[in-house]
Design a protein around this ligand. Structure first.
Ligand code: AMP
Ligand code: MG
Length: 420
């Protein structure tokens, strides 16, 4: 396997001590190849999975021309364009119970939505506009040829691919596959992701806090974020800042998972012994990323697993997860689209302090004022203030080269909807 350092060091603008966010993302992506293993699952169980085959219809959907409305199936050529036409009702066509005969001249068939168009009929007149005239049906002028008919293959056509390998399967896709009568599909194996928290100061829920301790919250936010990505989760708990314990944890995690995420232990004060340990176990790069929050981060490989060593601060964990880990995991999972989070524009309702030279992810509240979408920060932006993530509904993404923001200036936002 190529060394990570060899892959990334030749990248333009690669500087591990002042790495731009886009470069870090690019470096991670350059190293990784998607999982290839495939499973056959029942259509319903494919929800949220990554499709590992192309779906090419072998039937048309709908299979037959059918009515889009309740009304009367007619031959358009029978209708008088300038006045009422009287037609004889020859029978009924219901959804699933077609009219068996052939529509003759000056005949119509009572038809319901979804019923197969009778042979000979080409147009449906909605029931609201017709009039019963004795035993006949009176059709007013002004109908259009072929109106209210859904054609065979209008949704899906035999031989025309509809879903490509690499598609993340959503409810609409599952329904679409079902509409083709397909009961099982090939999907990529689910990614296995292990994680643990490091830190001597961490207490687990259930034990009383001793002096200087904090409850470990990172494993809970990580669990939540991973659960939303639909990966298999392996929670390896809290590990003390102890080389022997850390080595055991890394080895175990790497043997069980495709990717390992740790939090804490990569900041300047702590990184040294972790660095030595990592160098022994695999190949891990320690980066200082030009971003806030989330400056220190480790990326590498231990055994067969990718490693993301995230900072310890709770907000930095979430920011680095969403800016780097999320799309890396989706890429590994084999997803071919939807990896990048959209950036939208909103007007900042207040000035925001910012210095050029790093990308900032401030926690924002997007709100509507009149017809305008505006955004303000949640206030205190410390990387330990997890409340700022709960209060926010978006990141305000302040670009690398940007300086301070004036009130009323447009800024980029990344919505939390579907994320946090
Ligand atoms: P570190 O990156 O290990 O230096 O940690 C930075 C800060 O994040 C410290 O204040 C830690 O107490 C805090 N921290 C680290 N890990 C966690 C965790 N799992 N849950 C909550 N806070 C944490
Ligand atoms: Mg620590």
């Amino acid at each position: 396997m190529t060394r990570i350092a060899d892959t990334v060091s030749c990248m333009d603008g690669y500087d591990p001590n002042a790495l731009r966010v886009d470069k870090a993302r690019q470096a991670i992506r350059a190293c990784m190849a998607p999982l290839q293993e495939v499973q056959l699952v029942k259509t319903r169980e494919a929800l949220g999975r990554v499709l590992a085959q192309d779906i090419v219809p072998s039937i048309n959907v709908p299979a037959h021309d059918n009515s889009a409305m309740d009304g009367y199936a007619v031959r358009f050529s029978d209708l008088d364009p300038d006045g009422e036409t009287l037609l004889a009702e020859a029978g009924t066509a219901l959804a699933g119970r077609p009219f068996q005969g052939m529509l003759g001249a000056k005949q119509c068939v009572r038809i319901m939505t979804g019923a197969v168009m009778p042979a000979g009929a080409d147009t449906v007149v909605i029931q609201e506009v017709v009039r019963a005239a004795g035993k006949q049906i009176a059709i007013p002028a002004g109908q259009k040829s072929r109106q209210n008919v859904r054609y065979a293959g209008e949704d899906l056509r035999v031989g025309v691919p509809v879903l490509a390998s690499g598609k993340h399967l959503l409810p609409s896709d599952i329904g679409l596959i079902a509409s083709l009568g397909i009961g099982e599909v090939r999907v990529r194996r689910r990614l296995r992701v292990a994680f643990f928290s490091t830190g001597d100061e961490l207490a687990s829920i259930g034990s009383a806090l001793k002096e200087g301790e904090v409850y470990d919250s990172n494993r809970y936010t990580l669990h939540g974020m991973l659960a939303r990505l639909g990966v298999e989760i392996i929670d390896l708990g809290v590990v003390r800042d102890d080389p022997a314990l850390l080595e055991a944890a890394f080895t175990k995690a790497a043997s069980q998972a495709d990717a390992v995420i740790t939090t804490g232990g990569v900041s300047v004060g702590e990184a040294d012994f972790v660095k030595q340990l990592m160098a022994k176990l695999g190949e891990v790069l320690f980066w200082k990323i030009a971003m806030r929050p989330g400056r220190p981060m480790a990326f590498g490989r231990i055994g067969d697993a990718w490693l993301f060593g995230l900072p310890g601060n709770p907000v930095a964990v979430m920011v680095t997860f969403y800016q780097f880990v999320r799309d890396a995991l989706l890429h590994l999972s084999g997803r071919s689209s939807g990896l990048e989070l959209p950036l939208l524009k909103a007007l900042s309702s207040e000035p925001i302090r910012k210095v050029p030279g790093r990308t900032e992810y401030q926690r924002g509240i997007l709100f509507q004022e009149g017809s305008e979408w505006k955004v303000r920060t949640t206030g205190q932006q410390g990387s330990g203030v997890l409340r700022s993530m709960s209060e926010a509904n978006c990141f305000i993404v302040l670009e690398h080269d940007r300086g301070k923001v004036q009130a009323g200036e447009p800024v980029q936002v990344q919505l939390f909807e579907g994320l946090a």
